[in-house]
Design a protein around this ligand. Structure first.
Ligand code: PEP
Ligand code: MG
Length: 841
């Protein structure tokens, strides 16, 4: 049941060749032939033919051989559908034998002829006859007798003379390359790169241009851009009297291409060939619509192009290349948007460990916040702040972090925790601050009291030792490797502007502080989708007031204490409104359990008793009373709003007063107030009644009007299920997918890190559901919530504000489900903008 594809076909402008039948290299060579570029004769073998060869079914060899001049030397190269899937290495100089060697000694000289033969015998021996490469260890490199030594060694190992018949050599090469592709390890390797199980291999058989001989002969590679920066720059190397990719390994012997102060260049030694090459490469860029690396050979001054491959590129170069192609009118702006993998943008926003740097890995964990930073080890938030005060970068190491550590985290260059998963406290705050962070590093031993960290191999690190946290890979490194600076440049901005033009879902940022808000603006977020207010109460000045409020006996007493926080909180909000200049700001009312604010240590409790002027025993009793078995499912969120309503009253008043003040200074503000952890409509009714009352009071006192939007955070399964009942009371529903994932799975977001990798490795979960939205389970709840919520309130605004908001796959889900916006950490906004645009194209 063979289809119409011929086994082998000479590449001409009209030959039937396609990526999916003959592979990318064959197709690219056909494009070069169509551009009338000097490509040596090439025959392409289809996937089907190569598969047949691997099974022992040889194609019509005569038809292949007849396509070339009788005495041509040939080479065979792999041509897989996607070049990234790899393939067996090229084999050059097929057809070399004793007789051809004698002939070529006349035209190429003895050294040239010997070099060709030697290379062929060696690669044939290793790749076709499968001899151990060390068989040739004793051969003197390039010495006058090397060729006969190699032929001898071959014969000694195989008990056969080296095959002399070119057709037989070619058949054996084709067979070995076809089989190599079907081997288990090659298959696993390419599947790991995303190739399907039945990915095919094509082969191209090409006439050799030897690269040896009289006049200027040699080989090299050229590209028009710098691989690292993507800036225009002719780069590559050329080596006289060479072939294949010899020039790249040749060190100082190789020539630069363009005139270069560092050494002699092809431009100087063969100006015409260089000019031709340049114009060929420019034509390729123009017509292949991509930056290509050209593999070329010069034969007596004439240029031949053997191959073109997509230039490998850093993240920065990928952006720069796509934008430049569009700016030059070669591709459309939308295509440039499609060409950049959204995820790589994060690499441009943060310092990174330089590619190729030596990594002394001492342990690893979950890569919770990207970027890399080096600093001295510290084990408490206070030490981190002291270190920052001395201007000394530090790595904050904790078992896990809590709100008390936030100031220390601000002061640190990076954070490392023993526990936690992708949505644990350290991870969320780290991403918000753009701070490299690794959590759940369970293969390191943390002795935080003794201020020691013990690596898997037993190495001991103590306070003051220098470590590097690579939050992009999750690796903890000893010392300081070479780093690469962040590189968001003009091209980055341009690409995102084009992305915004097609995007059809809004992107907001989760921002708690003025700094976060400024980052959000810098990355063009369309508003704040979640301002978590609790951190505002951990400031030392405010913490005491909070504690006093917790100890107050009556509602009035609590309100009186909270009144002291009101002006401070008003300023917090005013600062955010000012920075956001009229863009929406969604403020979540107080969410955490109150006992997080009480001291756990005896010293702390003693200090508190002194500060409040009450007996220590009272403090201890209160702390014990407030203890919960399962605080994340306890008295927090709206449950506090219902039972200790004075906190929400104060926050609402602060928001409204700040609204009036900020609206006077600039654009009118319409604040959004969000109620966390709702599970019943009645909770919303109760809180709404109080907030409406505060609004009326503020309006009456100030004699001024304002509007605001009240919304509900859907983060319990029940809220999603009962969204139809809740939505009539609210202007918006924002799905908090961190808690919703935690509660849907019954999986603690703070503890799951310990076993998550085992779960993912054994395929229990396809991915960490705190990282990539579980579209089946949690997703079903989201869909129900959207559908039921919208049915009862068609004008409702729908969004997600969990960490999933910055993940491209999760954004795809949200867009499909009809969300109006996603909100994510400020540093993930660029990724979200690009990923969302790609979905709309
Ligand atoms: C959530 O639960 O998804 C959320 C955004 O809130 P937090 O992470 O603060 O619990
Ligand atoms: Mg939550």
């Amino acid at each position: 049941t063979r289809d119409e594809t011929p086994d082998s076909v000479l590449i001409t402008p009209v030959a039937p060749i396609a990526n999916h039948t003959h592979g990318g290299r064959a197709k690219c060579l056909q494009r070069l032939v169509r551009l009338d570029l000097p490509v040596p004769r090439t025959v392409a073998l289809s996937f089907q033919a190569v598969h047949g060869i691997a099974q022992g079914e040889m194609p019509d060899m005569a038809a292949i051989v007849e396509a070339f001049p009788a005495d041509a030397l040939l080479c065979v190269r792999p041509s897989s559908q996607d070049p990234d899937w790899g393939g067996p290495g090229a084999i050059l100089n097929i057809g070399m034998n004793d007789a051809r060697y004698v002939d070529l000694c006349d035209s190429l000289g003895r050294d040239g002829a010997a070099a060709l033969y030697l290379r062929f015998v060696q690669s044939y021996a290793v790749h076709v006859a499968r001899l151990d490469p060390d068989v040739f260890d004793d051969v003197e490199d390039g010495g006058p007798d090397a060729l006969s030594e190699v032929l001898h060694a071959y014969e000694a190992e195989t008990d056969e003379p080296f095959p002399q018949d070119p057709a037989e050599q070619l058949a054996a090469v084709l067979r070995s390359m076809a089989r190599a592709w079907e081997g288990t390890s090659a298959r696993l390797l390419r599947q790991a790169k995303g190739a399907p199980a039945d990915a095919g291999l094509g082969l191209v058989v090409q006439e050799m241009v030897p690269g040896f001989g009289q006049g200027e002969c040699g080989s090299g590679v050229l590209q028009l851009v710098n691989t690292k920066t993507g800036q225009p720059q002719i780069t590559g190397r050329y080596l006289s009297q060479s072939q294949g990719r010899d020039a790249l390994g040749a060190g100082a012997e190789a020539l630069y291409l363009e005139r270069d102060p560092r050494g002699p260049s092809l431009e100087e030694s063969a100006p015409e060939a260089f000019a031709d090459l340049k114009s060929h490469a420019r034509l390729m860029r123009q017509r292949l619509r991509e930056e290509m690396q050209v593999e070329f050979v010069i034969e007596s001054g004439a240029v031949h192009l053997l191959d073109g491959v997509r230039v490998t590129r850093s993240a920065q170069a990928a952006v720069r290349i796509a934008v430049a192609l569009a700016e030059d009118g070669i591709i459309a702006c939308q295509e440039a948007v499609m060409r950049v993998d959204a995820r790589i943008l994060t690499e441009l926003l943060h310092r990174q460990v330089a590619p190729g740097a030596t990594r002394d890995v001492i342990g690893s964990g979950i890569a919770a916040s990207p970027g890399a930073a080096t600093g001295r080890l510290v084990f408490t938030a206070a030490e981190a702040q002291a270190s920052a005060a001395r201007g000394e970068p530090c790595i904050l190491v904790r078992r896990e972090t809590s709100p008390e550590d936030v100031r220390g985290m601000h002061a640190a260059a990076a954070v490392l925790t023993e526990r936690g998963g992708i949505t644990s406290h350290a991870a969320v705050i780290g991403r918000g601050l753009g701070l490299p962070c690794i959590v759940g590093a369970s293969n390191l031993k943390f002795h935080t009291r003794r201020k020691q960290l013990v690596a898997g191999d037993g190495r001991l690190f103590t306070r003051g030792d220098i470590l590097t946290i690579d939050g992009s890979s999750g690796q903890v490194l000893a010392g300081e490797p070479d780093m690469m600076e962040a590189a968001e440049d003009g091209a980055f901005q341009t690409l995102l502007t084009w992305a915004d033009a097609v995007r059809d879902i809004d992107i907001r940022a989760n921002a708690d502080t003025p700094e976060d808000a400024m980052t959000a603006r810098k990355f063009n977020a369309q508003g704040i989708g979640l301002c978590r207010t609790e951190h505002m109460f951990f400031d030392p000045g405010r913490l005491t007031v909070m504690r006093e409020m917790i100890f107050a006996e009556t509602s009035d007493g609590r309100a009186a204490v909270l009144a002291r926080l009101l002006p401070i909180q008003r300023e917090d909000f005013q600062a955010l409104f000012r920075i956001m200049e009229g863009l929406p700001v969604c403020i979540r009312l107080f969410d955490p359990p109150l006992h997080e604010f009480l001291p756990t240590s005896t010293t702390g409790q003693r200090e508190l008793s002194e500060a409040l002027g009450i007996p220590v025993s009272d403090v201890t009793r209160r702390v014990e009373e407030m203890e919960e078995y399962n605080p994340m499912l306890g008295l927090r969120g709206v449950r506090l709003g219902v039972t200790v309503p004075e906190i929400y009253d104060m926050q609402a008043r602060a928001i409204f007063e700040a609204t009036l003040d900020a609206s006077k200074e600039g654009a009118p503000v319409v604040p959004e107030i969000m109620i966390p952890l709702v599970s019943a409509a009645r909770e919303v009714e109760l809180v709404k009644a109080r907030i409406d009352a505060v609004a009326l009071a503020v309006k009456a006192e100030r004699g001024e009007d304002f509007t605001y939007r009240l919304g509900v955070m859907v983060e319990t399964p029940r809220a999603a299920l009962r969204a139809g009942e809740i939505s009539p009371h609210t202007s918006f529903l924002s799905f908090g997918t961190n808690d919703l994932t935690q509660m849907t799975y019954g999986l603690s977001r703070d503890d799951a890190g310990r076993f998550m990798s085992a779960y993912v490795n054994q395929g229990v979960f396809p991915e960490d559901p705190f990282h990539v939205l579980d579209t089946d389970g949690v997703g079903e709840l989201l869909k129900l919530g959207v559908q039921r919520g919208r049915a009862e309130n068609p004008d409702i605004t729908l969004s997600i504000c969990g960490e999933h908001g910055g993940n491209p796959e999760s954004i795809a889900f949200c867009r499909e489900a009809g969300f109006d916006y996603v909100s994510c950490s400020p540093f993930r906004v660029p990724v979200a903008r690009l990923a969302a645009a790609q979905l709309a194209i």
